[in-house]
Design a protein around this ligand. Structure first.
Ligand SMILES: Cc1cc2nc3c(=O)[nH]c(=O)nc-3n(C[C@H](O)[C@H](O)[C@H](O)COP(=O)(O)OP(=O)(O)OC[C@H]3O[C@@H](n4cnc5c(N)ncnc54)[C@H](O)[C@@H]3O)c2cc1C
Length: 393
């Protein structure tokens, strides 16, 4: 049964005044699309553990694929504030749908734009922006997650092509992606990026099942068995771990905004419920314990909104550091998961059902707190940044 989405975004500190008219228009159009296209169907897709592929066209139309990529390559040429707002609105609908947009924009289009040749940019970017081609990003391996530098996937020079061997795991969008940005070590042990295309012999993408989180997102492996990759598919302008880390910075920035969207949806749902649900002769919102939960939620959301707004300003000026992005990603996901948990309790038994979005957000956030650098790793990045001592190697 289609559900009506009554979402109203909290703006306790009048932060809308810090946004331009263009930012507000972008937000309104994405919010509208999420209300019309995502909210009515997302619960069913999550229950079925199926990615709603029909949403790809709409995601492309609202500019979710590569919003900051220059217009000449098919992107929208927007600033980072706009990018953050788009991610926030999409994740307000569902973290899995935001993951698809993040991967396409930050982990596939960004590396082609930043590290690719002119030919690669013209060949792939416009089709990725329009959704005609979908991509995925292969960094994590079965034995190398938090420590991607230990990867064993490798390429060997074979004249006009490379021979690629290895396997990647936990790859969002892999089951349906047309291309994969794959990170592999060359014969000197340097990490290089390659564009691997579906259909190349020896390349398969088995789907990962049995997830209790991001159920409406397709996750899988990338398996390379002596895959011949033309040399023209190597990203020429980067080598070393800084290649994939540069992409992760982009995606983590989007998550910092996105997870706040999930938090705002949980808060809004709990607030509305607290005004409608009557126990002991009065709305539960009148009880101090429920007010404490709501007051703490809106306080954390407001602090998070200020943090990402400032981060966007720094990023637009080219001054946001990787450590600042880590702090914001970590903070947003932590408050979102805590808010989801409190909001779920406020709905009592109804909180565990698919009639409301909270339980789905809560389960999704368990992936969001783990991918793109775990919660622990981001804390250690902050620790390293302030002390100058690396505690994770
Ligand atoms: C749904 C989903 C989608 C994903 N999508 C992608 C994708 O599209 N592309 C991609 O490449 N990857 C993807 N990932 C992989 C994700 O980035 C990894 O799961 C993540 O980096 C953690 O790696 P791991 O799971 O191997 O955990 P591990 O690295 O094995 O970590 C296990 C635990 O040990 C802790 N730990 C590890 N090292 C240290 C240390 N030095 N100090 C203290 N604690 C430590 C971690 O914090 C964690 O709690 C996805 C994951 C999920 C769940």
């Amino acid at each position: 049964m289609a559900k009506t989405d009554l979402y109203e975004a909290p703006d306790y500190y009048l932060l809308d005044e810090l946004l331009s008219e263009e930012h507000k228009l972008i937000r309104a159009s994405v919010r509208d699309w999420v209300k019309k296209e995502v909210s009515p169907v997302i619960e069913d897709y999550a229950q079925k553990a199926e990615f709603p592929k029909h949403l790809l066209k709409g995601l492309a139309e609202i500019g979710a694929f590569g919003p900051t990529i220059p217009v000449e390559y098919g992107g929208a040429g927007l600033d980072y504030m706009a990018y953050g707002i788009i991610m926030q609105e999409i994740e307000r609908g569902d973290s899995g749908i935001r993951s698809t947009a993040s991967v396409q924009g930050s982990l596939v289009m960004f590396p082609i734009n930043a590290y690719g040749s002119e030919e690669q940019k013209h060949k792939y970017l416009p089709k990725l922006a329009s959704g005609e081609l979908m991509g995925c990003f292969g960094l994590t391996e079965p034995d190398h997650g938090s420590n991607p530098g230990g990867m064993v996937t490798n390429i060997k020079d074979a004249g006009d092509h490379y021979i690629l061997n290895g396997a990647k795991m936990w790859i969002s969008n892999s089951p349906f992606a047309d291309i994969a940005i794959v990170w592999a070590k060359d014969e000197e042990g340097k990490i290089r990026g390659l564009i691997v295309e579906r259909g190349m012999e020896g390349f398969t993408t088995p789907e990962t099942h049995n997830k209790w989180s991001l159920r409406a997102s397709a996750t899988g492996e990338l398996v390379f068995d002596n895959v011949k990759v033309p040399k023209a598919n190597l990203l020429p302008n980067v080598s070393g771990l800084k290649g994939p880390l540069g992409c992760l910075n982009q995606a983590r920035y989007g998550i910092a905004w996105g997870a706040l969207g999930a938090a705002m949806d949980c808060y809004d749902t709990a607030l509305r419920y607290s005004k409608e649900r009557v126990q002991f002769g009065r709305p539960i919102g009148g009880f101090q314990l429920q007010q404490k939960k709501l007051a703490e939620m809106i306080t954390e959301i407001t602090k998070g909104q200020l943090l990402v707004w400032r981060l966007a300003t720094l990023k637009n000026e080219g001054r946001a550091t990787a450590a600042q992005i880590s702090m914001a990603k970590r903070n947003s996901v932590e408050i979102a998961i805590n808010i989801a948990r409190e909001a779920r309790q406020m709905l009592g038994g109804m909180g565990i059902t698919g009639e409301y979005p909270i339980m789905r957000h809560m389960m999704n956030l368990e992936s969001v707190i783990t991918y793109e650098g775990t919660h622990d790793i981001h804390l250690l990045i902050t620790g390293m940044d302030v002390t100058g001592e690396n505690a994770f190697k």
